[in-house]
Design a protein around this ligand. Structure first.
Ligand SMILES: [Zn+2]
Length: 261
């Protein structure tokens, strides 16, 4: 059975030495440009179509494929990922943390976000300040969602239709409020894939986190949503969810950052 897997990337670096400048919490999700380009080429060799993220708004192609997404709005999205995608005629959706744009070192400027859109990339939201939205009081939840939606609409001249949740965390309130804000498709980060040939589910969408160091074979198997790699990814996710439940989010995050530093 064919599936559509949504792959979740973050920042890229050209040079391994540049990894030292990346926040330790983000290193486990930062790929070398060579590795990212190798993955795009592996998809092409395996005959896995890279789908325009817009297909998620209609019936998913029966042959399956992957959708590429990037979270946070790192400057490398525009500087490194965009040229790699354009060279291959591929599109991705970039989920932008609107409060970081032009404000934080290492993140896109508004000109870079507009360039991504002008070059045919899809732009979605990732909250305004990157606060985790599950459990947030109603007023702050509304602010994060309405603000990120309104700012992108104003800066790009078109309302964003998709968003991804910071940390992948969403509860029923956050999902309902996101729909009220105008987002039609909501991306999480629980591992999984969509059934090809039907509509995209309205629930929080599963995605596959791309971490450095996957072999081409394992990457391709994961991108094709084969059951072995998918089950392994789900087992790792379940273990992390358990650790978060036991330790509490803050202690879990501190421990995770220290282990990965
Ligand atoms: Zn994020």
């Amino acid at each position: 059975m064919s599936r559509v897997a949504i792959l979740m990337y973050h920042g890229l670096v050209r040079d391994p030495a540049a990894l030292r400048d990346i926040d330790p919490a983000e290193r486990p999700y930062t790929l070398l440009l060579d590795e990212f380009e190798g993955q795009l080429d592996a998809l092409s060799r395996a005959g896995v179509p890279v789908l325009d993220p817009e297909v998620l708004h209609g019936c998913l192609p029966a042959g399956g494929g992957v959708v590429l997404t990037f979270d946070d709005g790192h400057a490398s999205n525009a500087e490194l990922a965009l040229p790699a995608l354009l060279a291959r005629g591929q599109k991705a959706c970039f989920f932008i943390t609107t409060g970081f744009v032009g404000q934080r070192a290492g993140y896109c400027s508004w000109q870079q976000v507009r360039d991504l859109a002008a070059q045919g990339m899809r732009i979605g939201a990732h909250g305004h300040t990157h606060r985790f939205l599950a459990g947030l009081p109603a007023a702050q939840l509304r602010e994060e969602l309405d603000c990120s939606h309104a700012i992108l609409a104003e800066q790009l001249g078109a309302a964003p239709r998709q968003m991804s949740f910071p940390g992948g965390r969403a509860d029923a309130d956050a999902l309902a409020r996101a729909r009220l804000a105008g987002f039609e498709l909501l991306h999480g980060s629980r591992p999984g894939a969509l059934r090809a040939g039907g509509p995209t589910p309205s629930a929080l969408l599963p995605r596959l986190a791309m971490r450095p160091g996957l072999s081409a074979g394992r990457f391709t198997a994961l991108a094709q949503a084969r059951s072995g790699p998918l089950l392994r990814a789900r087992a790792v996710d379940a273990a992390k969810a358990l650790a978060r439940a036991v330790l509490g989010h803050e202690r879990y995050h501190r421990l995770y950052t220290r282990l990965r530093a």
